[in-house]
Write a protein that binds this ligand. Structure first.
Ligand code: MN
Length: 344
């Protein structure tokens, strides 16, 4: 048998190597909840939640209170029927999406150990490894260039650059980075920071200077579908939605509005069940996909490595929080430069 019999939450806090600055937010630490799902066969499945107030409206202490309620819904279910367990945890999509991700992954991790097959193969086994980008937060021009150059020299060929607080400063910084890291490609993420007109102005300047932008991520507000479409139709780069796309219903809306080229899936926004649905929706609608992260430690990033390799659905991978935080050890994956390999 492989019946769920207990669920425990453990708290952990990691410090960022350097404060992580994005539009209207600076983080110095990341607090995570590691969930341990015990089965009656002695197996303990692990998962991890990195909550986000900014994106999900989640408060750390609030999440801790869900333990009893979640266990109550899944106690006694067999992880071999993991979709039945997922269905129960879907009830937390709106209130605790990061916990939903952690518990759903722990279910697969428990099944994986029970049947002796890695999670990425339970999910399809499409890729053996993926390559991640590295994110450079908002900073002054000199520091931005130094960090970008360091990352590029280490072998990160895609750099993710945070913009969105100051248009002219952003233009100067990204042009300087592009000059200093010739050959690299960039994912530029404004985290809702621009108006549509500012975003178009930014993209114009980039294009005139030949900057190789692979995705222009979330240029405008979460609910500004028209603005997103305006940017998409008036810039030379693919436009992507991140904060706008949490559930499968958001993905449907983005497809219907036809306002983006890319969707950024994060397990912390969607859990496994909605992430799987978004993959299918996007692929069917000819939208491209990237996968991102919040402030996950080693266990949390491992979840996304398995998801990304299993589904093989992503053109770009932004799974670097582990590299930006002090101490977290990779769990169920190993790194080799910018390559991430799922392990058992
Ligand atoms: Mn983003």
């Amino acid at each position: 048998m492989s019946l769920i019999k207990n669920l425990q939450f453990k708290q952990e806090e990691f410090e960022y190597e350097v404060p992580f600055h994005i539009t209207n937010s600076v983080a110095t630490t990341s607090k995570v909840i590691t969930v341990e799902l015990s089965l009656d066969n002695g197996v303990v499945g692990l998962g991890q939640a990195s909550r986000s107030f900014r994106v999900n409206g989640e408060v750390f202490d609030g999440l801790l209170k869900y333990r009893d309620e979640i266990l109550d819904k899944i106690n006694g279910l067999d992880v071999r029927n993991y979709r039945r367990v997922f269905d129960q945890i879907d009830k937390f999509s709106r209130t605790a999406p990061s916990l939903k991700a952690a518990v759903q992954f722990a279910v697969l991790d428990g099944l994986s150990q029970t049947v002796n097959l890695p999670v990425f193969q339970l999910l399809g086994g499409r890729k053996d490894f993926i390559e991640t980008d590295l994110t450079i937060g908002i900073d002054n021009l000199e520091t931005t260039v130094i960090r970008a150059k360091e990352a590029f020299d280490k072998g990160f060929t895609t750099l993710k650059l945070k913009v969105g607080e100051d248009l002219n400063h952003d233009i100067d910084r990204v042009l300087a980075v592009s000059e200093a890291t010739k050959g690299a490609g960039y994912i530029v993420d404004a985290n809702l920071g621009y108006t549509a007109k500012e975003a178009i102005q930014f993209a114009d300047q980039m294009y005139k200077n030949g900057v190789n932008i692979r995705i222009f991520e979330q240029p405008v507000d979460v609910y500004d579908f028209d603005g997103m479409r305006l940017v998409r139709n008036n810039c030379h780069y693919p436009v992507g939605a991140d904060e706008t796309c949490k559930t499968k219903y958001d993905a449907m809306r983005l497809v219907r509005e036809d306002c983006v080229d890319y969707i950024n899936i994060k397990l912390m926004k969607s859990g496994l069940s909605d992430a799987l649905a978004i993959v299918e929706i996007a692929q069917t609608a000819n939208k491209k996909l990237m996968i991102g992260c919040m402030g996950e430690g080693g266990i949390g990033i491992g979840q996304s490595v398995h998801f990304a390799c299993g589904t093989g659905a992503f053109t770009y991978h932004d799974l670097d929080s582990c590299l930006l935080l002090k101490k977290p050890k990779p769990f169920r994956f190993r790194t080799e430069g910018n390559k991430l390999y799922p392990t058992f």
